[in-house]
Write a new protein. Sequence first.
Length: 202
Amino acid sequence: MDKLNIYDFDGTLYKSDSSVDFCFYVYKQKPLRLRFMFIQAFFFIPYKLGLISTLAYKNIFFCFLNGLREEHVQNLVDSFWANQDDSVFHSQLIGEVHNPKTQELSVCISASPQILLNNKTKSLGIHKLIATQMIYNKGKWVIKENCRGKEKISRLNNEFENPIITNAYSDNKDDLDLLQKAKSGYVVKYHSKKWTIKKIQH
């Protein structure tokens, strides 16, 4: 049985939403792509009203990458992370990843796209990334399953047989079931330029 420490990425290891930050970075690097912002904005209100599912809106949101092949997107991703400094990360949790008190494997489970986080989580010392698969198909980037909520638990069980979760950290209420499966689950928040970590009660 594998013993694991589980980390969400956005709002937990990283202080913001990496997909949104990356989107604005791409717009800055490629201003002609700002036209896609109108599509994102048009569907945002129906999404917030519950008229569009999270998965459907996520496919709409990432339209800003349409027409860019995987190699091009990966270059933009690497450039984006190269422009981020250490202050955007949770230093305490990153420290735990680098210097675990015991022999747990560090696993990051995120709803953000795999292509956005893969190289960065490796450089942070994360042993395994489980994230949303986004595939380039006929000029468009497509998501079929959003790695969020119960899907995170399903993906985790597919990757590890009978995992023992020692610690789990997340800022997202959708991850409550995952936090409760851990021996110790923690709610992480970044607010007013400060991080807080609160242990949940089982």
